[in-house]
Design a protein around this ligand. Sequence first.
Ligand SMILES: [Zn+2]
Length: 460
Amino acid sequence: MAKIKIQFAGGADTTTGSNFILKVGRRNIMIDCGLFQGEKVAEDNNRDSFPYNPRDIDVLFVTHGHLDHVGRIPKLVKEGFQGIIVSTSATRDIGEYILKDSVGILTKEAEREGLPPIYSEEDVDKAMSLWEVKNLHEDMYIDSGDSEIRNIKITFYDAGHILGSSMIVFEIKGQKIMFTGDLGNSPSPLLKDTEHVPGINYLIMESVYGDREHEHLEDRVEILKSLIKKTIAKKSVLMIPAFSVERTQQLVYIFNNMVENKEIPLIPIFLDSPLAINVTKVYKKHEREFNENVKEIIRNGDDIFAFAGLTMTKTPEDSKSISKVPGPKIIIAGAGMSNGGRIVHHEAKYLPDSRNTLILIGYQAAGTLGRRIYEGAKEVTIFKEKIPVRAEIANLTGFSAHKDSSDLQDFVGKMKKSLRKVFVVLGEPKSESYLAQRLVEQYGVKVKVPMVNETIEITL
Ligand SMILES: [Zn+2]
């Protein structure tokens, strides 16, 4: 009998900081090395030393390019990791932009606190030089160094969460262990659905929305349309704090369709985020990964990320000039949880006016400005100034890139026959425990919610 171990080094009891180690034979295989995020882009615990020696890690597999899954890779490299990094090609491309962007943000945050930055651009470059790519469904083998276990087979499957996102399956002695990374809110406007992978025995799954449901796609597009019409009637401002990856591209694509199908009148729409503009280029480069519906539209000659009225504002000067454009107007800007980025400037300016609207379209982590607005704060502090919140606040969680509770349960339901154990991670504690309980009640599967940095042993 072979024993393997899984160390839940990050991403247990919290949605961020994804970081797991699979110990098989003589190999230490890491899955994700993300940043802990909350009130600040980088929480203080990102400075703590890793609960392992980075030199001991042989390979790092990356599920997708979000900062909470890649954000400590340069730190890992800086502190001695010398193995290879493996992901899909789109994840590598997105990861590079995300990490380069994070250097600037982390450096500013560190300067404010009089501390050195967690890592530098050189560390990012070093990480990129170690980064290799694999296609979905392309098997890869690692020698475990144990004659009884022999090879470990690794395969990536489409998670449908953001471009390039994958679930990673490790096959060891005929047993399949799947790390889901984040799971997409399928059907997605742009991406293919989350793949069904048969025969999974051990599942390490996310639970960001483990205890909540989203509204349907048609509903969210209709609500968005009515909010745009209200904005036009009031000649006001519609703000959308959007994550630079996926959510922004989804919105631009949805606006593209609304404008080109003449469902809404022409209105200035600003994409005010250099990172989102760069990531949109990565989306265009990898358009073969979109779902059939979108590929058909592209084949018919439409550029799905360009339409009349859309302006991409790259420089700070361009961004500032948005305020000179009279309403009605729509501003899409990062950060998605209003914990930094250009959206905060627009919020400081436009939240006090009751004619304006702010749409929250994604998960708002505890401690962020977005969370305070979501919870109905009548006043918030931005740049040390008290800002009254009089604008209408709309919640459209259906734009989330994560599966909701029912979809997470269905995902497990489809594989219940082969499952020996489910580990629920990457959620706030109440979300993890709610999902865990539902899975036990519905499917009778064995479920565990690991503690922070717990290591569990599995006998294969
Ligand atoms: Zn993600």
